[in-house]
Design a protein around this ligand. Structure first.
Ligand SMILES: Nc1ncnc2c1ncn2[C@@H]1O[C@H](COP(=O)(O)OP(=O)(O)OP(=O)(O)O)[C@@H](O)[C@H]1O
Ligand SMILES: [Mg+2]
Length: 240
């Protein structure tokens, strides 16, 4: 998709959007999601997005690509955040884009800290008898595997985008692209991706990377796949 110019007759905003490919050069496919991110980033007023999808579907990669391409970002992982820490960083960094990976792992009291920011742009903090307050214009971009542990008030402030699962053609294309970064040629990348898809029954690009890193030759690929196929039963022991 190329660059484009959007003019709204209402005069609310006029914007020139950079093509999504400029922001997400490492991500193969997901063109519609790229477009929405691109539009959100060009919007004059905050729009908050939540990417929902299965493991290995490029959700974190969307956030890390924004982080690499923009200076005005602050990246946090839901499970490592505390309300006090988050609010403090917002006061200090005043990011335009607050990137929250694994939002469903953020505890409820920390999630509530985001509500006011997303609704009004105001953050405030009271410590003993001191209160500080500031106004931010921040876009929240978050990811999660599921909506289940995200509080409804927060969900209602987010645009929820479901990341579609890959078909085999997309999976092969991603594998070729991703393994090129590991100096694995196209033909071998396709062999690995096909084995991961059909023999391992996996749709996770991470499995492609694991097999590539563990195989010293093409001949070794079936052996590595066999080893990965030995599922470990978390209730106590090996299934095979
Ligand atoms: N469409 C894609 N284009 C390029 N690389 C991809 C794509 N999908 C997955 N990958 C690769 O797969 C790996 C996992 O991606 P990522 O960490 O973004 O997944 P995730 O959706 O955040 O998974 P999780 O839910 O487990 O956190 C990364 O190495 C990433 O480069
Ligand atoms: Mg992730």
């Amino acid at each position: 998709m190329g660059n484009f110019l959007i003019k709204r007759w209402s005069g609310l905003f006029t914007r020139v959007a950079l093509g999504p490919m400029n922001t997400f050069p490492e991500i193969v496919g997901h063109e519609e999601i790229k477009q929405i991110f691109s539009n959100a980033m060009c919007s004059k007023r905050p729009v908050h997005l939540l990417l929902i999808g299965s493991p290995g579907s490029a959700k974190t990669t969307f956030l890390t690509q924004i982080m690499r391409n923009r200076k005005d970002t602050y990246f946090v992982v839901g499970s490592n955040t505390t309300k006090a820490g988050l609010v403090n960083q917002l006061f200090q960094i005043k990011p335009k884009f607050l990137l929250i990976d694994e939002l469903e792992k953020m505890n409820v009291s920390d999630q509530t800290a985001l509500l006011h920011l997303m609704e009004t742009g105001i953050i405030s903090e009271t410590k003993i008898n001191k209160t500080r307050q500031t106004e931010l214009s921040s876009w929240v971009f978050a990811t999660a595997n599921t909506c289940v542990r995200i509080i409804p008030a927060l969900l209602s402030r987010l645009v929820i985008l479901e990341v579609p699962s890959y078909n085999i053609e997309e999976f092969l294309k991603i594998a070729v692209n991703r393994l090129a970064r590991e100096n694995v040629g196209k033909d071998i990348a396709r062999i690995i991706a096909q084995k991961v898809w059909y023999d391992l029954g996996s749709r996770d690009v991470r499995d492609v990377i694991k097999v590539a890193r563990l195989s010293n030759s093409v001949e070794e690929i079936p052996f590595v796949i066999r080893m990965l196929n030995r599922k470990y039963n978390v209730d106590g022991g090996n299934n095979n």
